[in-house]
Design a protein around this ligand. Structure first.
Ligand code: ADP
Ligand code: MG
Ligand code: MG
Length: 249
């Protein structure tokens, strides 16, 4: 589904991604772990097409298409979802408005009928229930005054509504307490665990991976993948730290 080859990218002339190669097949959850500053968020931004991130070499193929030939909204319409480490606030726009706009823009781009207000609310209620987020929260302005945990759960409700084929989730577990972590992890499983879907799950910690069990785990350090294996890598990282595990790579 996602094939990243020899990816090099820079910000403000500073090279951050340095020959990153990685492949995710349909049905896989591929976790990416790595020390602070390794380039994990940069990878998520580059895949999402955030301005300011310049790709200087390499390629990314998404569902057989050249990802970099697609505008960010085309990537979303093709089924790519990005969950960010720091969700943005949108004052003056309610979650319900925002989510319905986003969903219907994607449906229209795919040549599907937009969802009616009633059908949309039914869908939103179902997904909010899945993430144990009160519908009242969805009537409030996007992320304004939300706690860290509420932002992450609202973001997972958004993912549930958009129903992407591929999700890149950047530290969705950051700032979550144990209970919220379980709810969010189980939400990811319910929405994305599917033979036709894929997930790139960026995380610092093993905790989330106890709920969303990855098929593969890669370590990203200094802008490239230095090791790929099974879930045991995450367990070792938790016990021994990055230096010890990477020394064996
Ligand atoms: P991670 O998510 O793995 O912690 P990031 O992708 O956020 O790492 O950052 C990778 C590196 O890029 C860090 O050294 C960071 O300081 C640097 N970086 C991030 N944004 C910018 C920027 N706008 N200008 C210059 N350097 C940046
Ligand atoms: Mg970080
Ligand atoms: Mg980061």
């Amino acid at each position: 589904m996602l094939k990243i080859e020899n990816l090099h990218a820079e910000i403000d002339g500073k090279q951050i991604l340095n020959g990153l190669t990685l492949e995710v097949q349909a049905g896989e959850v591929h976790a990416i772990m790595g020390p602070n500053g390794a380039g994990k968020s940069t990878l998520a931004y580059v895949l999402g097409g955030r301005p300011g991130y310049e790709v200087t070499a390499g390629s990314v193929t998404f569902m057989g298409q050249d990802l970099f030939a697609m505008e960010p909204h085309e990537r979303a319409a093709a089924g790519l979802f990005l969950g960010f480490q720091y969700p943005v606030e949108i004052p003056g726009v309610s979650n319900v408005q925002f989510l319905r706009e986003a969903l219907n823009a994607q449906r229209t781009a795919r040549g599907e009928e937009p969802l009616s207000g009633g059908d949309f609310l039914k869908l939103a209620k179902e997904k909010a229930g899945l993430l144990k987020l009160d519908m009242e929260m969805l009537k409030r302005q996007v992320n304004v005054g939300f706690s860290g945990g509420e932002k992450k759960r609202a973001e997972m409700v958004q993912m549930g509504i958009l129903d992407p084929t591929f999700a890149v989730l950047d530290e969705t577990d950051s700032g979550l307490d144990i209970d919220a972590l379980r709810v969010v992890g189980e939400g990811i499983n319910a929405i994305m665990r599917d033979p036709a879907k894929g997930v790139l799950l960026i995380t610092h910690y093993q905790r989330l991976l106890e709920v969303v069990k990855p098929d593969k785990v890669s370590i990203l350090a200094a802008g490239r993948i230095v090791q790929t294996g099974g879930p045991e890598i995450a367990v070792r990282l938790e016990d021994e730290g990055y230096d010890a595990v990477m020394a064996d790579a």
